[in-house]
Design a protein around this ligand. Structure first.
Ligand code: G3P
Length: 215
């Protein structure tokens, strides 16, 4: 399972990279806006320091503009993945970009049939938003189960990239369901490396090691 970090903050990205388990980055317009810096400045720095895929989103609303923007975004660096919303206009754009060898991450996916269409269009990744479904009283992880099943049934290569993750349980369930990728906010990543029993165990071993007589 691949771990991406869901942020445009370079300090968070560098710290997660230093842990040695980070495979890529996802951004969106809201995350970029939080950085209060010009788009190009933010994304160029991210693409430079991350060896894996970096998803950059367009806010175009027509197929033509999505294709133009997608091609421009792909020029920024070899590791750019173009993020397009899972809507009708983006299906054709995904097909065209994929044909040109540009990887597309179809985002804002909230139903299994949207995911089936994304795979048929040739998306490299589908991003189902589990947290936002939970927020409206629907079961976000059920969507992951359905998507992994559908892709397996037909041998689609589109990777299920679990997004809108709010807590470690989302990551655990995604792993149990065999999702390809989880894109995780920094605070959630920090949460699941920690366990109080691990901390207590380290302390006990350290104290006990001091009681071992010197040779
Ligand atoms: O990057 C897209 C997605 O992960 C956003 O999550 O928390 O805004 O629903 P959230």
């Amino acid at each position: 399972m691949k771990f991406f970090i869901d942020t445009a903050n370079i300090e968070e990205i560098k710290q997660a990279l230093s842990w040695g388990v980070l495979d890529g980055v996802t951004t969106n317009p809201s995350l970029i806006a939080k950085e209060e810096k010009p788009f190009n400045e933010v994304v160029q720095e991210i693409c430079k320091c991350v060896p894996g895929p970096v998803s950059l989103e367009t806010v175009a609303t027509t197929t033509e503009q999505m294709i133009i923007d997608g091609k421009e975004l792909a020029k920024i660096a070899d590791n750019v993945v173009v993020k397009l919303p899972t809507c009708l206009e983006a299906l054709q754009a995904t097909k065209v970009l994929a044909k040109d060898g540009i990887r597309v991450n179809m985002t804002l996916c909230f139903s299994p049939l949207q995911g089936l269409l994304a795979a048929k269009a040739g998306a490299a990744y589908i991003s189902p938003f589990v947290g936002r479904l939970d927020d409206i009283g629907q079961n976000g992880m059920e969507l992951i189960s359905q998507l992994t099943q559908i892709y397996e049934n037909y041998g689609f290569e589109t990777e299920v990239l679990v997004a809108s993750i709010r807590n470690p349980i989302h990551v655990l369930e995604a792993a149990l369901m065999g999702a390809d990728v989880a894109t995780i906010p920094f605070r959630v990543m920090e949460q699941f490396i920690k366990h109080p029993l691990t901390d207590r165990g380290i302390e006990t071993f350290l104290n006990d090691s001091k009681k071992v007589p010197a040779a």
